[in-house]
Design a protein around this ligand. Structure first.
Ligand code: GDP
Length: 460
């Protein structure tokens, strides 16, 4: 999918609120004829005579037939989301009304919008850069405090301004070096090679930091992959259900929430934990005994956190030490969680407190000390990292461009070391600039745009 110039001149319409029946629905139009065409079906006031950012009550009519009583908000270009004329019609939330209104507008010459077309217009009209446009999609999909904070930060330009500043500095050097190319005879040096090296090294550090932040960004967006490991009957599925049920209770306690509850995801302190291989858990397969088996080992390695769960009434220290050894070799952060404290062998509890003082004692069944467990989980993933407001890369496309930027910056450095000729140096710098520009949309191709905006839903 890509948009021709003619298509960008069209006035478009789409339902901006979710499909399905709500109290109200918002139908949005954008384009130069948005106000004029809405005016043809709206009765109550002359919309073309109204000021920007005003709301008007009236009816939508198909000829003499009233379809609905509505509120119409008017936004006059360029003071709108898309920087075009925008109209938002709030109707009653029946799908019949929504269809009738949209159909009527289409009859008048408005075109149904394609996925992401509103956001794409906002980007093309300079409302924000590409990274920010993508953040709009992330913001809409954010389902935890951390993912919301990362998307909001990016949408407000946090990430982009950093990239743009670095890019501007590099452009300055590129132009100086290209200027030197015009003076080859004279052997002048406008751009100090030492200063260039300092800048490129600074850029490299910034780019590498952003690349590293992707791991964290990924976790924010997709949840911390977590595994509960332990012998059969240790209480793994009881624990998972206890954690899930607590959250279900919280979610359904909030009046009017319609958010779908995602099975196997738990929100602890604003961070999403995604429990992997829970299907296997429910069949109570023996995860820890199978650590030696390479497939299970691979799966456990993809986790960022392992809850090692053991049954206090059915284990001894020898067995626990053996399991802990295996976990140490795996190299994934883990917590020692001793279950069934309600029927524990006191001797074992005493030994554990001596030998493994970091053990967390719980009862999954009686829901004892689950808060203590959650606190330790958060401690282990180091919540501070999520909340510093530091720039975090959450987007695989940005990660790709950053990786390519790093490669070309390293080539610039190599070129400086080997004292390559100016034209080679300029070329490598241009390549770095190109990849940095891809992130914010200073460099775009139709394919790239189509790819990004087709991931949005219609109406966004
Ligand atoms: P899994 O095989 O590791 O998934 O273990 P389950 O969750 O199926 O639990 C095995 C048994 O232990 C079930 O009968 C649970 O009711 C019981 N169980 C789990 N947690 C506790 C607990 O904290 N205290 C007691 N007394 N029993 C528990």
């Amino acid at each position: 999918m890509s948009f021709s110039l003619a298509e960008q001149q069209d006035t478009i319409v789409a339902l901006a609120t979710p499909q399905g029946v709500g109290a109200i629905a918002v139908i949005r139009l954008s384009g130069k004829d948005a106000i004029r065409l809405t005016n043809q079906v709206f009765f109550g006031k002359d919309l073309e005579k109204q000021a920007s950012h005003t709301i008007h009550f009236g009816t939508i009519r198909d000829g003499k037939r009233i379809i609905d009583e509505v509120l119409v908000s008017v936004f006059i270009a360029p003071k709108s989301f898309t920087k075009e004329n925008v109209v938002e019609i709030s109707t009653h939330g029946s799908s019949y009304i929504i269809n009738q209104v949209i159909r009527l507008l289409v009859k008048k010459g408005v075109r149904p919008a394609k996925p992401g077309e509103f956001t794409q217009r906002a980007f093309l009209n300079g409302q924000f850069d590409l990274a920010q446009a993508e953040a709009v999609a992330d913001l809409i999909n954010a389902d935890s405090e951390a993912s919301h904070a990362a998307a909001l930060n990016q949408m407000r330009g946090g990430f982009s301004s950093e990239i743009q500043e670095l890019r501007a500095q590099l452009i300055h050097f590129a132009s100086l070096i290209e200027l030197e190319l015009d003076f080859t005879e004279e052997d002048v040096e406008f751009a100090s090679r030492d200063d260039l090296r300092v800048l490129v090294e600074k850029l490299l550090r910034a780019v590498e930091e952003l690349i590293l932040s992707f791991d964290l960004g990924n976790v924010i967006k997709n949840g911390v992959p977590t595994v509960i490991a332990g012998k059969p009957n240790a209480g793994k599925s009881t624990l998972l259900n206890a954690l899930l049920n607590e959250e279900k209770a919280i979610v359904s306690d909030i009046a009017g929430t319609t958010r779908d509850f995602i099975e196997d995801e738990i929100n602890i302190g604003g961070v999403i934990f995604r429990f992997i291989d829970t299907a296997g858990l429910r069949e109570t397969t023996d995860t820890i005994e199978a650590i030696g088996v390479s497939r299970t080992q691979e799966k456990m390695k993809t986790a960022s956190l392992i809850l090692y769960l053991f049954d206090l009434s059915d284990t001894d220290l020898v067995e626990i030490n053996r399991d802990i050894n295996k976990l140490e070799n795996l190299g994934v952060p883990y917590l020692k969680v001793a279950n069934k404290i309600d029927k524990a062998n006191p001797e074992l509890v005493k030994e554990l407190k001596e030998k493994h003082p970091d053990t967390i004692f719980i009862s999954a069944d009686k829901k004892e000390n689950l808060d203590g467990l959650k606190a330790k989980i958060l401690e282990l993933v180091n919540l501070d990292k999520f909340k510093t407001g530091n720039t975090v890369v959450t987007n695989i496309r940005h990660y790709d461009s950053l990786t390519k930027t790093r490669e070309s910056l390293l080539e610039v450095l190599g070129g400086l070391d080997n004292q390559v000729t100016n034209d080679f140096l300029a070329m490598d710098i241009r390549r770095s600039l190109y990849f940095l520009g891809e992130i914010t949309g200073e460099i775009t191709t139709d394919d790239l745009l189509a790819n990004i905006f087709s991931k949005f839903c219609i109406g966004k």
